[in-house]
Design a protein around this ligand. Structure first.
Ligand SMILES: C[S@@+](CC[C@H](N)C(=O)[O-])C[C@H]1O[C@@H](n2cnc3c(N)ncnc32)[C@H](O)[C@@H]1O
Length: 403
């Protein structure tokens, strides 16, 4: 299944036709992490040489085809603004087919960069998101689709509008293949959930609940289809464990027998590790953002923690104020961030350089700038590229881009 629209190009043609950006090092030469000021299509093409098949995780939060400008406060460079007099941080002016092809070109390149065990998360809104889902299925394969995560982004609104209030957006999650890294994310139960879900208390005062000893599906062969203590598994089900394991559980006091002789397994609250994270997340946007449309850092930490391992390379080619990069840094991953807005890069540098308390150590990174790219950039007058905290003794890194 694929979307047909005007201006759509063949995937290989996209890769072949794009000219790679030429990048110059503006600071922190040799550090493995990269913060790149440039137009991401040309920069991604440039990254292919060194990083094809090497990226462990991509998170992107592209423009959402809103046809709007996003501004920063002129005299308060660290806050967002809606005054028309204030400078534009970035513009989101592509809509319809032009927007879809813009995004598809980047997705095609990102697929090339992803490792076989890599994953991609794409943050999008409810207006354009359903078209983007079809693009994602096409580029990454419907069989690799893992979740459409509903993200609750704000408190309920009472705007006058002939429709329900919109408090959510969506995150589309795909593995590059079945081998995509997955580190099960779990959340501790709240006190209220603990009491509601673990209603019973044993003689020692420990909270527990019980679950059936059998599971759906009949097996015709194997130990779990056999009777246990003279009881066959109920029709259409099989025992969760072989009879000798069930005997052992019973000896350990981990099976509760009802008055009518029905056995159930005891699950203790203090032995559990919380609840599997589900596909509705509440991570509201920051109340005092550093940058327009800045995302919630805890949400990025959940994504990075669940879909990458320490030392993996995390890429965000619409990195804005560097939320993804900070999450990667805090969790011990390497990272590459790209943005074409000088405002974004300035805020990213400030956040990366000032949150040592948050991360424990100041990030070391190389800053790169697309040569000759300034004409295409959403230019600002702000000076950027403060000295970065690169370690002068670090050995030059193998994968360094050309200076
Ligand atoms: C929604 S914002 C990302 C916000 C980010 N997630 C954060 O937490 O700060 C989208 C960003 O994409 C950047 N962008 C848009 N088109 C781009 C392009 N072609 N190349 C590079 N960056 C681009 C914009 O400058 C903007 O900073």
């Amino acid at each position: 299944m694929r979307l047909h629209y005007e201006g759509r190009r063949d995937g290989q043609q996209i890769i072949d036709d794009i000219s790679a950006a030429s990048l110059r090092v503006a600071g922190g030469a040799g550090a493995p992490n990269k913060l790149i000021l440039g137009e991401n299509r040309a920069v991604l093409k440039a990254l292919l040489d060194r990083y094809a098949g090497k990226v462990g995780l991509v998170y992107i939060d592209p423009p959402f085809a809103t046809n709007a400008h996003f501004r920063v406060g002129g005299d308060r460079a660290n806050s967002v603004s809606s005054s028309r007099r204030d400078p534009i941080a970035y513009s989101d002016r592509l809509i319809g087919p032009a927007y879809l092809e813009f995004l598809r070109e980047r997705l095609v390149l990102l697929r090339e960069l992803l490792a076989d065990n890599g994953s991609i998360y794409l943050h999008i809104d409810y207006k354009i998101g359903h078209y983007v889902k079809v693009l994602m299925d096409e580029v990454f394969g419907a069989e690799n689709f893992r979740n459409d995560i509903t993200r609750i982004k704000c408190n309920p609104k009472n705007f006058a509008r002939k429709g329900y209030g919109n408090i959510k957006d969506m995150i589309l999650f795909y593995g590059k293949s079945d081998a995509a890294t997955w580190r099960e994310a779990r959340r501790p139960l709240s006190a209220e959930q603990a009491v509601r879900l673990f209603k019973k208390t044993d003689a020692e005062g420990r909270r527990y609940t019980t679950v059936p000893l059998h599971a759906p599906g009949e097996t015709t062969r194997g130990e779990t289809s056999k009777p246990w203590r003279g009881m066959p598994p109920p029709k259409g089900r099989h025992w969760r464990s072989a009879p000798d394991v069930l005997d052992q559980l019973d000896r350990q006091g981990l099976i509760e027998w009802s008055a009518t002789g029905v056995p159930r397994k005891k699950i203790y609250l203090d032995e559990g590790n919380g609840q599997k994270v589900q596909d509705i997340w509440e991570f509201k946007d920051p109340q005092h953002p550093n940058y327009p449309t800045e995302k919630n850092l805890d949400m990025l930490k959940l994504i990075v923690g669940a879909s990458s391992n320490e030392g993996d390379l995390v890429l965000d080619c619409f990195c804005g104020s560097a939320t993804t990069l900070i999450a990667a840094e805090e969790l011990g991953r390497n990272w590459i961030g790209i943005d074409e807005s000088e405002h974004a890069i300035a805020v990213a540098q400030r956040r990366l350089g000032s949150s040592a308390g948050e991360r424990g150590a100041i990030a070391e990174y190389e800053t790169l700038v697309q040569r000759g790219g300034n004409d295409e950039l959403h230019a600002t007058t702000q000076p950027i590229f403060h000295p970065v905290n690169a370690n002068p003794h670090r050995k030059p890194e193998q994968l360094r881009l050309a200076a």
